[in-house]
Design a protein around this ligand. Structure first.
Ligand code: MV4
Length: 480
């Protein structure tokens, strides 16, 4: 593999190219007209404009991207996350054109893209699943019987849904029929597939996911967990590894279950198996994400493994260079997603120009960044500016370093989620580790950040006054 085309933009495109360069592989960037001067374009060895700003006229143009890859003699395409990364047809088209898709085979993407197909695939592997059904249901009487059987509250989910889309909680039997009709019509219009199914609703779960990596020789390893419970409307905000609630025993049980999920769909490359963990520490398989995830750096920091390097190696057909027994967790890592969103205004995208943009540096601080000072933030794409990642010997160290790094991250011109990250890191529920997926809803409001800021301003004023008074007492001898 001599040349890789990266079919993405922003921080992840740069992240992938960094490893490619380290491995002596040339890189090709693709970009849209608004990204002409973007850092990922400058970072690549070659770059090609593939269209206009809207993603469906550029970053989502699979055939165009394949064409560019062939013209420039690239051997492989790395899709990053989002865009074409979980498009089974694209993966197939890449391989048909004798290029390597750095990711799983089309078939595995397809299976895991459907929750029902995923449940079906892992059925024979003894993976714990939430009580419920594994078939699409349309008959409301049947649904009522099932719901009574598993007990309310239940959750109606769309098979084709993702990121919480098309989910409905039903508390009591009377509501079931109408909620089910709504779920079906919502799923039909959103995904073109009205299949829904029913699960027991796990009320206060933690979201814990396991990183896996598979080669084409039948080897699958897991690289432990990431805790992603701090999220807002299914958008992750803070992630960490390891989770503060897993025991070594539970960790290896979940790891083994994740490996089995990967084997069930003949997986290749990097993947993530999502679980819910309930209050009694029962875990349940939810779904598998067939891509490199945004939050992969925390896993890299606690394992010392470069996940992109492994992706490239297994895509080249090499055997995994590490075995399960070689891996161990060292230290603790936290990641904060720095979005150009205003936490004081319902997290509305805050687009504009980055008048000041200085990222923190130092030991234990990693910033995977896609922006630079003076740039405009395009409105066409995800508003994530960067990921601020900290690493320490302990969770406490990583949290303290995160708070320090946030204070050294200078952004002017747009609002960001940095202040929100500070709120999370200082919150007792977070520092004590007693939190679940309801953390943000339960504890956060814009007023809380405003109160914190007001308190800090007050303290700063008192300190300033003290200095002033002390200064006044100093005897000054006139110099003339
Ligand atoms: C659940 C659940 C409770 N019970 N399933 C949300 C997105 C999708 N990946 C699955 N999700 C959930 N499935 C059962 N049976 C609660 C959620 C859920 C959630 C899961 C992970 C992270 C954040 C979440 C926020 C709300 C709900």
């Amino acid at each position: 593999m001599k040349k890789i085309l990266v079919a993405n933009r922003g921080e992840i495109a740069i992240r992938v190219m960094k490893t490619a360069k380290k491995m002596g592989i040339k890189t090709v960037a693709v970009y849209s007209t608004v990204d002409r001067d973007a850092p990922h374009v400058k970072f690549a060895d070659e770059a090609v404009c593939i269209g206009e700003a809207p993603s469906n006229q550029s970053y989502l143009l699979g055939s165009k991207i394949i064409e560019v890859a062939m013209q420039l003699d690239a051997d492989a395409i790395h899709p990053g996350y989002g865009f074409l990364s979980e498009n089974a047809d694209f993966a197939e088209e890449v391989e048909k054109n004798n290029l390597i898709f750095i990711g799983p085979k089309s078939k595995a993407i397809q299976i895991m893209g459907s929750k029902l197909a995923a449940k079906d695939a892992v059925k024979a592997y003894d993976i714990p699943m939430v009580p419920g059904i594994d078939e699409a249901i349309t008959d409301t009487d049947k649904a009522k019987a099932i719901a009574k059987d598993i007990g309310f509250p239940i959750l109606i989910k769309a098979s084709a849904g993702g990121g919480g889309k098309g989910m409905r909680i039903v508390e009591k039997e009377e509501d079931l029929e109408s909620q089910m009709q709504r779920a079906i019509s919502e799923a039909t219009s959103a995904f073109g597939d009205g299949s829904v199914f029913i699960e027991k609703y796990v009320a206060s779960p933690r979201h814990i996911e396991i990183q896996i990596m598979a080669d084409s020789h039948g080897n699958v390893i897991h690289l432990f967990e990431r805790e992603c419970s701090v999220q807002r409307r299914h958008q992750k905000v803070v992630e960490e590894a390891p989770s503060s609630v897993l025991t070594p025993k539970l960790r290896s049980k979940m790891g083994e279950a994740a490996v089995k999920v990967a084997k069930a769909c003949d997986y290749l490359g990097a993947g993530t198996v999502e679980f819910l963990l309930d209050e009694n520490h029962n875990f349940y398989f939810l779904e598998m994400n067939t891509r490199l995830q945004v939050e992969h750096p925390v896993t890299e920091l606690i394992t010392g493994v470069d996940l992109v390097a492994l992706q490239i190696k297994v895509a080249r057909g090499e055997k995994l260079p590490i075995a399960q027994g070689d891996l161990k967790i060292k230290g603790h890592a936290l990641e904060l997603r720095v979005y150009a969103e205003d936490p004081l205004n319902d997290f509305l995208p805050s687009v504009g120009r980055l008048d000041v943009y200085q990222i923190p540096v130092g030991e234990g601080i990693r910033v995977d960044n896609g922006f630079e000072e003076g740039m405009d933030i395009p409105i066409y794409y995800d508003p994530m500016l960067a990921k601020l990642i900290t690493y320490g010997n302990t969770r406490e160290e990583a949290i303290l370093l995160m708070i320090k790094a946030i204070s050294e991250y200078k952004v002017e011109g747009v609002q960001t989620t940095l202040t929100f990250g500070k709120f999370v890191c200082e919150h007792e529920a977070f520092t004590s580790g007693h939190f679940d997926t309801h953390f943000v809803k339960k504890y956060y409001s814009a007023e809380k950040i405003q109160t914190n800021t007001a308190q800090e301003a007050k303290i700063a004023a008192i300190v300033a006054m003290k200095h002033y008074l002390k200064d006044q007492q100093t005897l000054r001898i006139p110099t003339h």
